[in-house]
Write a protein of this length. Sequence first.
Length: 255
Amino acid sequence: MLRRYTRRPWYKTVLLSTGICSLGLSAGIVVSLVLMRFAANDAQRYLASGSQVSAEQSVDVQDEPIFPVVDWETLHSEHPEVVAWLSVPDTPISLPIVAADVDKPLFYLTHDLEGRKNIYGCAYLDAACKGNVLAPNAVIYGHHSPDGAMFAPLSKYLDASWAKAHSQILLQTPTRKLCLRPAFVRVVNAATEGPKLRFSDKQDFVAWYQDELLKADIALDNTSPPNHVISLVTCSYTSWSNERTIIYCIEGDTR
């Protein structure tokens, strides 16, 4: 049985309550939706052709994380706003993460990487994180599209067996490769909950983390509080019309 808690308003302004979250797939929009999905997938051209294993890795090692090989030089020359690449093995998730601009924090809800109007949007880091994916709570948003694209698979982390089978969440920057693991998952009412993005000190962060863990709908890792957490946020549809699923990820391996 899922536990519900209320606190302060937030996600209602972060992911569209209309658009992707409430999209009706009528015949009149099927063609444009398909075109938008192709446009949203344009970023795949920045992955090295025919290779999904970086030079420092060996596929012979069991459970060795296999990161997509990103052409960072080309990607950054065209899109300097990209701060990371997120991938979840054995799912469709393999996406660039852009840093939202403080002057237009919701731009990527409705625009793709090229800046084109697109209902799929683009996965992005909360503007309050100022481009730092290693912020104490780095919140990354992505739409739950009805065709399973973008962050749609993340809602499956509420299934413990599925979560165990997909325990590697890979985040890379031009200089680092982080093998994350899901620590716990919460489902929140977007109309009444808000993210904590600033902390006065380490003790404040630890207190927040432990409080969030106590409210978890499913706990996957009860280790000591980490130095930072990466929160992946998407729409879900179990109890509320304005619902979000949050996967709190912690570092398992750094490369």
